[in-house]
Design a protein around this ligand. Sequence first.
Ligand SMILES: NC(=O)c1ccc[n+]([C@@H]2O[C@H](COP(=O)([O-])OP(=O)(O)OC[C@H]3O[C@@H](n4cnc5c(N)ncnc54)[C@H](OP(=O)(O)O)[C@@H]3O)[C@@H](O)[C@H]2O)c1
Length: 344
Amino acid sequence: MPTQIFHFAILGLGNIARKFAEDLALIPDAALVAVGSRSLERAQAFAKDFGAEFAAGSYEETFSGPRVDAVYIATPHVLHKELTLMCLEKGIPVICEKPLGLNLGEVEEVIAASREHKVYLMEALWTRFLPCTLKLKELIDDGVIGEIQSIRSDFGFRAKDLASVLRPAPASAPDLERNRILNPKLGGGALLDIGIYPQFLSQFLLGAPEEVHATARLSPQGVDLDTQVTCRHAGGKLSHNYSTVLGRTKTEALIIGSEASLHWHPRWHEPSSFSLLRGKDTPPENFYFDYGGANGYRYEAEAVMADVRAGRIENALWSLEDSLALHRTLTEVREMIGVRYPGE
Ligand SMILES: NC(=O)c1ccc[n+]([C@@H]2O[C@H](COP(=O)([O-])OP(=O)(O)OC[C@H]3O[C@@H](n4cnc5c(N)ncnc54)[C@H](OP(=O)(O)O)[C@@H]3O)[C@@H](O)[C@H]2O)c1
């Protein structure tokens, strides 16, 4: 029997929605069938670009068209909880962009809803699904680097409009309003946007931290611009997790083992390569991966398709417990550095 085409919908048609839709087009048994935006015009234009048959001028209306097997939520963080709950209550499986919620409480709420309604939910931690990540983990599990001793990783870029937002006078509303990264009302800041990746990596390889230390530089509006987190994991192992929106960093990771180390090349969180460093007299062994021009989002999309088709309500590689642990740490860090969003 031929495989039934898996129908995706997307809510929030910005930058990442476009990249995700480009990758969906590479999956033979997936189709983007419905898109929802705050603007019908934007939805129609997006639907035309990607061949979706149904365009809605509101998120709610997105589900009044063709059958939807899963929805990808790609709005700013502050809407993740509300839209995830809306979809789960309608019985629609959800892959929601990171962060799954603005704080631990929101993440707990959406996970409880997924379990109550028995409807699939996954945080779109796409790095976890990349072939590069799978290979790296396989080498570590095979003992190739010995025992991991510590991890150091970073992620940084210079946010748009930074100069105007940082000037001593309060930033003008238009500067802030349009800037997802710097606007507290949209859940801005380095930690939730990009610091989540180094934090993910350390949890993935060393387990959730037992002790967390953090310091940050905040913007005049109160979002974190430059954030250093040091964690102590089981066995006293340390991870150093740095994120910044003040300037470009190498965005690489070093996993230091007792026998060898792994250097995950820039930008490590996306389709990338890595080297195995055995010793100063041994040339590095390089591992390259061919992503065939894809952005790297097809792997998480394929994971959702396999899970939903099999009737699972969560993913085994990035589980809801993994999301909970990650957001427990991120919320603890935010309390330490003093970042509070409106309404918290
Ligand atoms: N996995 C990754 O690699 C990756 C990369 C970038 C971002 N992200 C995540 O994806 C989410 C979206 O990021 P993005 O870079 O795509 O943002 P973006 O370009 O600003 O797009 C977000 C979209 O959300 C909708 N939206 C709803 N309310 C909004 C509001 N008050 N202000 C602005 N937009 C609003 C808009 O779509 P409509 O007008 O069509 O409704 C907008 O185009 C974030 O949570 C971020 O963490 C993930």
